[in-house]
Design a protein around this ligand. Sequence first.
Ligand code: CP3
Length: 323
Amino acid sequence: MRQAGRYLPEYRQVRAQAGGFLDLCFTPELATEVTLQPLRRFGMDAAILFSDILVVPFGLGMGVAFEEGEGPKLDRLDAPDALPRLDLERFKATLEPVYEAVARIADRLPAETALIGFAGAPWTVATYMIEGGSSRDFARTKSWAYGDPEGFGRLIGLLIDATVEHLSAQIRAGAEVVQLFDSWAGVLAETQFARWSIAPIRAIAEALRRQHPAIPIIAFPRGAGANYLAFAEQAGVDGLGLDTAVPLDWAARALQPTVVLQGNLDPQLAVIGGAPMLIEAERILQGWAKGPLIFNLGHGVVPETPPESIGALSQYLRDFRRG
Ligand code: CP3
């Protein structure tokens, strides 16, 4: 999940210096610096590249802007016959600074610290392209997906190809694990979830495995509820990010035999900090102790989080492992 960002004063300083958020993503020295900031303070076991899922639509030639305090704004796609084309040369040239940042980060990290690359999953990225930004009801995207599945499928296909390219390039530059964020998978009905969340992620995982068989793949179909089970069985990924609503015992019984579990701690508990946060962290560790797990939050660190809470949590986890 996001571990860099506005909760850190040193991030806010670099962000102000960069100008826009996209300038930060596309300036390799600055992206490297903000990627390393949380590790410097807290010594996590892995770094996640500082970038954004919306650099893929940007690489496809769409307008993408981040207004302070407003969330992202994109050129809106109006119809399946108005899709951008994947011009590979232009895509790679536009996104080259991202891969340069990956290479710089890989150079700077100690060997025992993993570097995670990432991309948005096709469904989630499609929602931003069709809605023109964040959405409450995903009405435009769902009306495409239900009303014209072939046309919508062409957009998903385009995003599958672009995402494979984008993740492969990160792996070639030094990413050792990749994660797919399907942040809006939870709004899909069962059949739609199978078609627009599981199937595209499976296609990406299969293509990546052919090129990079040793690279683990994590996916985060946030809010999938009971659909997490079909996802674990069918998406062909190694690790599964669980949001905060997934019951621990169920995940241990139903999912952990198939995938490595990650996540689940409510990010709002890191805002509160102290005993309530540590009690819940311990519940997760105990609940999943019999199988493979990556300790993580159930979603990204929120801006209101006191950095000291993340420090206390990291310390607690290190002591737990030793004990
Ligand atoms: O720790 C890290 O370095 C991770 C970097 C990272 C960012 N975005 C940086 C970012 C990652 C992994 C993402 C993924 C991302 N981006 C997702 C999927 C994960 C999730 O949170 O569900 C999504 C949906 C986006 C799209 C996006 N980017 C939105 C909706 C917003 C605005 C909301 C917000 O929190 O401001 C962003 C901006 C963004 N991306 C910020 C960061 C640190 C905040 C920008 C800032 O004001 O500096």
